[in-house]
Design a protein around this ligand. Structure first.
Ligand code: HEC
Ligand code: HEC
Length: 461
């Protein structure tokens, strides 16, 4: 978010005056404290004033969001016997709360009926304070990295529906090593001793850059930062979100959409398997990891505001060496081993259970998942418009418009049990929730047993 909304709107009418800067300044002065409720920037105020305003609404915004989560989900998360690659228990769902209908009843209704009655369990998920936005990190990452604390906002989703705190790292170049991280959070302090001798010097330098802090909208030295710290420890690293090359599902608002209420909450994707992918970003479809690396730091880090990026100290990466080195390291990050899959990425009948095999048959048959998620990596490297808005009304909820998602990237399902919560905004907390979601979106009419089998198949991937 670049400017108070009133200025952006008036700017459309009086472009020339705004360009001269006079009108903006006059309006900014009139606008006063209201401005900050529409986004992160108001540099006519001091840090102390901005902080006081944010703290004044903190409890109220947090309560509104917690109430929303409690109305939509059962937050007492259950886990099953299955483990993520790093050892954390895989959460079991569905976690969505149904308001006045059972799953069976929903299954028999048309999209229009579900919309009319307001019964769709998986509407877009707002950011904890949607009008505010910015980068927000889960507790499990802030604990070892306290520089990521925001004074104005806390992460919202229960830790049980997040990935391993220090996920496993598998290298395409050294599968014989297995997990290289071994439960350690990779940081600037330990990467060299762990990776020296496994990576070449160019890849090591790429990894160093991925672990180095650079200024970002909320984490920098200016007045409207959202961290108390001003001690030279400012900025974020790529691996603050893509922890150990995987993800902690830290969240952010997509930089591309305006106005604020239409921006998607986004759920940090894993970097595992970027080497076999062809499109990057849930909706932008940038064509290379190199492009996305540049875009993250130049645009996403500053909410798509090029002036703020300049003011807050953007670190421009050099394409031929730095960007290339970072991308080369990212392209070494493999999916986790899947012992039940054969060389085609399909279940080996000698290793899989009957229920998992039935799940695979459903995946490729009745449920038609395989049309968009084909083996071996379970992505078609394309985007699809699932038209979930058939099921809900366009209305404002906690500062977010329940609007169309538009075309979204087909995320690969290899290693998917390691990556809750799911979808571009994290609205499905478990694999069981994604099955319920697609059962409605595709109008599949799956039985309860078929739903279980699909989920058990996806846990093998
Ligand atoms: C706030 C945490 C955060 C930080 C810090 C961050 N990213 Fe991301 N990253 C995301 C999110 C969220 C997305 C998904 C963007 C979207 O959906 O448009 C993403 C997407 C990506 C993708 C595309 C992945 C895909 O599957 O489409 C790449 C590559 C990437 N980031 C690399 C980087 C690099 C390199 C850096 C450091 C310069 C970085 N990221 C810093 C959160 C982060
Ligand atoms: C028409 C194409 C299409 C079909 C059919 C389809 N998917 Fe997807 N799938 C997608 C897209 C696109 C996304 C990303 C949606 C989003 O993020 O909003 C996705 C996301 C997912 C995710 C979340 C991945 C992640 O990392 O967040 C899971 C799990 C999933 N699909 C499972 C299934 C299952 C199971 C089926 C069949 C019952 C299925 N899909 C059918 C296109 C499809």
């Amino acid at each position: 978010m670049s400017m108070p909304r009133i200025i952006r709107r008036t700017g459309l009418l009086a472009g020339a005056l705004v360009a001269s800067g006079l009108l903006s300044l006059a309006l900014l002065a009139q606008q006063g404290p209201v401005a900050s409720s529409y986004g992160p920037t108001n540099q006519t105020q001091t840090f102390a004033q901005i902080k006081a305003e944010r703290l004044a609404v903190k409890a109220e915004r947090a309560k509104a969001h917690t109430d929303l989560l409690n109305s939509r989900y059962d937050l007492a998360i259950k886990t099953g016997p299955n483990k993520m690659s790093g050892g954390k228990a895989v959460p079991v769902g569905p976690t969505a709360k149904l308001a006045g209908a059972t799953w069976d009843q929903l299954d028999k209704m048309t999209p229009a009926q579900i919309k009319e009655k307001g019964l769709f369990p998986y509407k877009p998920l707002p950011f904890p304070d949607h009008a505010e936005g910015g980068m927000l990190f889960p507790e499990m990452t802030i604990k070892p990295l306290p520089r990521l604390v925001r004074f104005d906002l806390d992460f919202d989703l229960p830790e049980a529906v997040l990935p391993d705190a220090a996920p496993a790292i598998y290298l395409t170049t050294r599968p014989d090593l297995g997990d290289v991280a071994k439960g350690r959070l990779i940081t600037l302090s330990n990467y060299y001793e762990i990776f020296n001798g496994i990576l070449n010097p160019k890849q090591l330098e790429g990894l160093r850059l991925l672990l180095t802090q650079f200024p970002q909208q909320q984490f920098n030295a200016t007045e409207d930062r959202r961290t108390d710290r001003n001690d030279g420890m400012l900025g974020v690293t790529c691996f603050d979100c893509h922890v150990n090359g995987h993800t902690n599902r830290a969240t952010h608002l997509v930089g591309d959409i305006r106005p604020q209420e239409f921006r998607h909450r986004i759920n940090t994707p894993s970097l595992r398997g970027v080497n076999i992918q062809r499109l990057f970003g849930s909706q932008r479809a940038l064509k290379t990891v190199e492009d996305f690396t540049e875009f993250e730091q130049r645009a996403a880090y500053f909410d798509g505001d090029i002036c703020m990026a300049a003011k807050k100290g953007i670190n421009v990466l050099e394409r031929g060496s730095q960007v290339h080195f970072m991308a080369e390291f990212m392209a070494l990050l493999d999916f986790p081993p899947a012992s039940k899959l054969n060389i085609y990425g399909e279940l080996d009948p000698a290793k899989a259970t009957p229920s998992e095999l039935r799940g695979e048959a459903l995946f490729n048959g009745k449920a038609q998942c395989g049309r968009c998620h084909p083996a071996p990596y379970y992505t078609d490297n394309s985007m699809h418009n699932l038209q979930a808005e058939r099921f809900y009304k366009q209305e404002l909820v906690n500062g977010m418009m329940m609007a169309h998602d538009g075309p979204i990237k087909t995320f690969p399902l290899r290693g998917t049990k390691d990556s809750p919560p799911y979808l571009h905004d994290g609205r499905c907390f478990t694999l069981e929730d994604t099955v319920e979601y697609f059962n409605l979106v595709q109008q599949l009419h799956l039985t309860a047993q078929e739903k279980q089998e699909l989920a058990s198949f996806m846990r093998c991937l």
